[in-house]
Each structure stands twice: as C-alpha cells, then as structure tokens.
Design a protein around this ligand. Structure first.
Ligand SMILES: Cc1cc2nc3c(=O)[nH]c(=O)nc-3n(C[C@H](O)[C@H](O)[C@H](O)COP(=O)(O)OP(=O)(O)OC[C@H]3O[C@@H](n4cnc5c(N)ncnc54)[C@H](O)[C@@H]3O)c2cc1C
Length: 412
C-alpha cells in the first residue's frame, strides 16, 4: 500500500509543461479558469462566445452611439441555453451559479449593455419571481421569460431615493379589496421601455413593509419615459416609470415578498452577477488593449515591446486574474448555500473598483485613439462607470461588509 501511495505522489507534476492546446494569445483567461466548468458548461460558453463575437461585437458600437437596443438579437439569445442558469424547473435551463457567473463574464467581455439586459431580465426580474413568487406565479411567468418571449424589468430605485430604498421608499401600495393601488415613480429601470413584466417594489401604507408586484406593460396605471443622454451603457434602455393609481390584483403581488429582506435576497444573488460583469468588462478592455499594443507601431516597433506598455498590460492582467479568482470562490460559496450579503457586497465593491482601474489602463495604452468609440476601449471605460454605481454603490456595499466584520452598523 505504502509503495503504491509513493508512486502516486511521485507522478504529480510540480512544474507545468506547456499544454497542447494553449489558450489564444489574446485571452484574458490567463489561469484557464474555463477549465473549471464541466463539459456542458464549456459547451455553453463556447456557443455563447461564438454568438457574441460574430453577432454582437460587429454591431454594438453603432447601437451604443445611437442609444438604441438591438431587438433582433433577443430571439437568438433564446437559442443559446442561457435562460435561467442556476434556477430549477419552470423552463429554466438549470446548471449552477458558477456557470451563470461565466455567462455574465462572457457577455460583459464583449458588451456590458447586453450583459446588463440579460442580468436585469433573468436575474433581477425573473429572479424576483423565482425567489419570491408563489408556485402559480412561477409557472405563469418563468417559462415565457426563460424563452425570452416575455422580457422583464425590476423597479426599485426612485428619483428621490436610491441607496436608501430599504427604509425610505416613497412608492406606496394600498389594499383595496382584491386589488392593490400603487402610486409613485421608479427611476433608471433597465428594459422598462419595452418590458412585458415589471417587478415593482412599493411600501405598504398600512404596515410600512415593502412588497413586490408584477405589473404588466398593458396596465393603464403604468407609463414609461425613456431616459436619454446617458454616457454609459447606452444600449440599455432605462426608463422612468410612473405609477398613477395603478391597480394590480392581489394575485399579482409576489406572495413571498413580505419585507425589504426579501428584496435583499434578490439583490444578494444579482450583486454577484454584477461583480462577474466587472470581471468581463476588464477582460474585454484588456484584450482590446493587448491587440492594439501588438499592432500599433511607434519608434519603429510595436508599442507592446516597450517596458512601460508591458507594465500596463501586466497590471491589467493581474487585476483580471485576481478578480476572477475571487469570483470563483464566491461562486463556490453560492453553490454551497454559504454566500451571505457581505460576501456578495465585498466582491461587487472590489471588482468594480478594479474594473475602473483596468479600463483606465487600457485607455491610457491606446493614447488618443482610446477615446474613439471605433477602438472599443472607450465603451468599456464609460460602461464601467455605471457598473460601479448600480446594484449598490461602493459606499453601500462597503457599509454592508463593514457591519459584518465589526458588528457595528455605520449606516446613517
Ligand atoms: C445604468 C443604470 C442602470 C440601473 N438600472 C436599475 C434597474 O434596472 N432597477 C433599479 O431599481 N435601479 C437601477 N439603477 C439604479 C441604481 O441601483 C442606483 O443608481 C444606485 O443604487 C445608487 O442610487 P442613486 O443613483 O440614487 O445614488 P444616491 O443614493 O443618491 O447616492 C449618491 C452618492 O451618495 C453616496 N451615499 C448615499 N448614502 C450614503 C451613506 N449612507 N454613506 C455614504 N455614502 C452614501 C452613494 O454611495 C453615492 O456615491 C440603475 C442605475 C444606473 C446608473
């Protein structure tokens, strides 16, 4: 037995030999994290990457510049097996949250707006129904949402209340027989200009508790005005939703959303997804910068051959790889049911800070060309700003982690 054990140990390679199938030289996956997925997961990512590179990347700058959404891509997304990754039943494709994270990262690597569309639809909106809906509500809404036939939005933020929605929400709901009457406004709501299903959070006038509702786009009490002039995530169609005596059936109130703690359950899950976006955004910027560095000639040679340019590239790759490693462990905690709010918050705060730094290095590397949309990096720089602030600002996520590690709440 002992002899066998020694033989086994002796075979373990201490030093690597170059793999027969090296990653493409421009890859932002330096530590080959994709190898951690199972065969099905790798196939999903390969299929998604093929779609993103061939159908999204060539058109996205034009849509970004025009502040428009490429609706023609939605039916194609439905064929890729990415509807409801990590959820069970109800037409969801299943799998685990590690694969969901890879999908978020892969989308953001090509375009953060498409990733955001996906995150709002499958995460915030369908996720609210999945986590807080009754059996009947899940059966009714999730299958068409997972087929991308019905698109969802998530209305939490308000014009006057952003970070403080947990205690200060101004949108109200009032019970009236079998119905509820909603009044208020919701700002920044992604997909809202065309969403079929709007998950709306409102404070109960009677109990002060926050409740969730599914409000369909044909409800006469709901109107949406598109938010123009954004300098980030311009492909995402953000709306200002107005609810004026908006009547919603009790049957359309999310039956397991009874306090803001239930809203927070959804945010915990989606915050992890946003942290993966921040990793993908860095990968995209890094890969564009590396490609540019190899082709841009100054002083008679590619700028990639200059020490200071290599320094920028290696700083970027270090950030990407550190964030990927953090997210892999977070996903493990998630899969094991061990991810708490503070875990997701630390990842969201840290990866988005690093994202801003990485996209800044990429822009610096491109010199003046870095601010031209046609060179791609500028879009990542702009989009990183929105990712930095949405789904909880750095300050809010810091306060969540700070409370967890000190036992003292520093919330105002
Ligand atoms: C592109 C985009 C898409 C979005 N999509 C959606 C969506 O689909 N659905 C949705 O509901 N919302 C959405 N949001 C809203 C987003 O979640 C909010 O912008 C975010 O939560 C911050 O709120 P705020 O912008 O009102 O900032 P504020 O809350 O006004 O904060 C302003 C500043 O003050 C700081 N601050 C506030 N309170 C404190 C404190 N106690 N201590 C220290 N600092 C503090 C903040 O960190 C921030 O730096 C989106 C936002 C953007 C930009």
């Amino acid at each position: 037995m002992a002899k066998q054990g020694r033989a086994k140990h002796a075979k373990r390679p201490l030093l690597a030999t170059k793999p027969a199938d090296p990653l493409p030289p421009l890859s932002g996956d330096f530590y080959r994290i994709v190898d951690l997925l199972d065969e099905r997961g790798r196939a999903t990512i390969a299929r998604l990457r093929q779609f993103l590179e061939s159908e999204v990347e060539p058109i996205i700058e034009d849509y970004w510049a025009r502040d428009q959404f490429p609706f023609e891509l939605v039916p194609k997304l439905a064929t890729l097996g990415v509807g409801g990754v990590g959820y069970d039943g109800y037409g969801c494709v299943g799998g685990d949250m590690l694969l969901n994270g890879f999908i978020c990262m892969e989308m953001a690597r090509i375009d953060c707006s498409i990733a955001t569309f996906y995150g709002v639809h499958t995460g915030l909106s369908a996720g609210s129904i999945y986590l807080c809906g009754s059996e009947e509500q899940k059966q009714r809404w999730l299958p068409p949402m997972m087929r991308f036939e019905k698109i969802g939005s998530f209305g939490l933020t308000e014009p006057l209340v952003g970070s403080a929605t947990s205690g200060g929400m101004m949108t109200t709901c009032r019970r009236d027989g079998d119905e509820w009457i909603l009044n208020g406004e919701k700002k920044w709501i992604g997909n809202a200009t065309f969403a079929d299903v709007n998950v709306i959070w409102a404070r109960d006038e009677a109990s002060n508790a926050v409740k969730g509702f599914v409000v369909t786009k044909d409800n006469p009490g709901l109107s949406v005005a598109k938010i123009h002039t954004k300098m980030a995530l311009r492909v995402v169609q953000n709306g200002l939703i107005t609810l004026k005596n908006c009547r919603v059936l009790e049957a359309d109130r999310l039956q397991d959303a009874n306090t803001f703690k239930d809203t927070a359950r959804v945010l915990r899950m989606t915050r992890a997804g946003v942290a993966w976006f921040a990793v993908g955004c860095q990968m995209g910027a890094y890969e564009h910068a590396l490609r540019y560095a190899k082709t841009r000639i100054q002083f008679g040679k590619p700028i990639a051959g200059f020490q200071l340019v290599q320094d920028l590239l290696v700083r970027m790759l270090g950030n990407v790889t550190a964030c990927q490693s953090m997210m892999l462990r977070l996903a493990q905690l998630q899969v094991q049911g061990q991810m708490f709010d503070e875990h997701a918050s630390l990842a969201k705060a840290y990866t988005t800070v690093k994202c801003r730094e990485t996209v800044g290095y990429a822009r610096e590397l491109l010199g003046g060309n870095g601010i031209l949309l046609e060179n791609h990096v500028g879009r990542f720089v702009a989009d990183a700003e929105a990712i930095y602030s949405y789904e909880g600002t750095r300050e809010m996520n810091t306060l969540i982690v700070g409370k967890a590690i000190t036992g003292l709440s520093a919330f105002a």
